[in-house]
Ligand binder design. Structure first.
Ligand SMILES: NC(=O)c1ccc[n+]([C@@H]2O[C@H](COP(=O)([O-])OP(=O)(O)OC[C@H]3O[C@@H](n4cnc5c(N)ncnc54)[C@H](O)[C@@H]3O)[C@@H](O)[C@H]2O)c1
Ligand SMILES: [Zn+2]
Length: 358
């Protein structure tokens, strides 16, 4: 399957196909006929040993000269230091503005390599080759790149849309079970805001046709970011479950809960708020729970995260930039498959809805 995404700068294709990794070089030639010979492949210490050799071979087969940069796996690599180190490595490898960066990995690599590509020589073409569910259905699409600061996640970044997203669902086969399940929090989120039937299907069974599922989700994300590239309207719907999710993630301490697990809990709270404030039917709330449960995602705060009180969560929420004068812009749903931004959610509403995860 192939989708096209229009941005304010250029249009690009998202190719979703099993085995697509072996066509990386040919697809890069097609997407960017003017590309110079040199390519930097950026990957991490988990993905590199599994999949980099095939990516390199595919690039060399199309007459590209490849240098590979491998950074330590994990969120800590999303730093200014690591972005700087990549830029130094690009310079040492002789990359110039005709060169191409290829990001082979999950969202960490996509965001980091995308950001390094955005700033090196004031912007080099980047190809995203996503290898996690999160990256294939979400982070590789839409052009947001960036790194973290001690003060918070994604505080430094740039809009830098890729010239190509090459998605090979077969690469997901090497994901550990927990990382696989985590990704479905974002898939279910897409269902909540745009595709009720998908939530029903996921609640009933794990997907059999991964390529179809990834394509369906890539299409949802692509449609939304194309309609609202700079997040002035509909793109905000993608934050469903993320407002409270981020607070829970921070409260649990990064590393305690995976991002998708925190988003699952945030979705449970957002659904309860939707029942209270937007008349979401209880059967829709139950359907969301069933889908999350299917992928072993948490519905209640457990362990260290359960020790965090409502006051502490509210305090974290108040730091959210969407919070103003005791009210917060909150993504709610009146019926699964649709979403809207409410301006009327109060702290008391949130306190009451937090009971859903206690
Ligand atoms: N730019 C955006 O729009 C956007 C959207 C959502 C999330 N994000 C960012 O994405 C990041 C999370 O992405 P993620 O969940 O993909 O995390 P990740 O990149 O850390 O990958 C998760 C783990 O899986 C490993 N891995 C990746 N692919 C694998 C494979 N095929 N086989 C085996 N192991 C594999 C990685 O090495 C890592 O250990 C966060 O930093 C988040 O802020 C960005
Ligand atoms: Zn997310």
């Amino acid at each position: 399957m192939q989708l096209s995404v229009r941005t304010s700068r250029h249009s690009y294709f998202i190719v979703v196909e099993e085995g697509a990794l072996d066509r990386l070089g040919a697809e890069l030639r097609r997407a960017r006929p003017e590309a110079g010979r040199s390519v930097a492949l950026v990957t991490d210490s988990h993905v590199g040993p599994l999949h980099a050799a095939r990516a390199e071979a595919a690039l060399r087969a199309a007459d590209f000269a490849v240098t590979t940069q491998t950074v330590p796996a994990g969120e800590n690599s999303k730093s200014l230091e690591q972005a700087g180190a990549l830029c130094e490595a690009f310079a040492a490898a002789g990359l110039d503005r005709h060169s191409t960066i290829v990001a082979l990995g999950g969202g960490v690599i996509g965001d980091l390599a995308g950001f390094a590509a955005a700033i090196y020589h004031r912007g080099l073409a980047v190809v995203q080759v996503p290898t996690t569910i999160v990256a294939q259905v979400d982070s590789a699409i839409g052009g947001k790149t960036g790194v973290n600061l001690a003060a918070g996640k994604n505080l430094v970044g740039a809009f830098h849309p890729p010239v190509l997203v090459l998605t090979d669902p077969a690469l997901l086969a090497t994901l550990p079970r927990r990382a696989w399940c985590e990704g479905f929090a974002e898939v279910i989120k897409h269902g909540v805001i745009a595709d009720r039937a998908m939530v029903e299907e996921l609640a009933a069974a794990e997907p059999r046709d991964l390529t179809a599922l990834v394509s369906r989700n890539a299409a949802i994300k692509a449609r939304i970011v194309q309609a609202d590239e700079f997040e002035r309207g509909e793109r905000m719907h993608l934050n469903f479950g993320h407002t409270v999710g981020h607070a829970i993630e921070a409260a649990a301490g990064y590393g305690g809960l995976l991002h998708g697990e925190a988003v699952a809990l945030g979705s449970v709270v957002a659904a309860r708020l939707s029942v209270r404030n937007a008349a979401l039917p209880a059967e829709d709330e139950a359907l969301l729970h069933a889908a999350l449960r299917r992928f072993e995602l948490p519905l209640r705060l457990e362990g260290a995260a359960a020790e965090v009180g409502d006051d502490a969560l509210l305090e974290l929420l108040r730091r959210d930039k969407k919070f103003k004068d005791g009210r917060i812009r909150f993504v709610l749903t009146r019926r699964l498959g649709s979403a809207f931004v409410s301006e009327d959610v109060t702290e008391d509403d949130i306190r009451a809805a937090l009971a859903a995860v206690r």
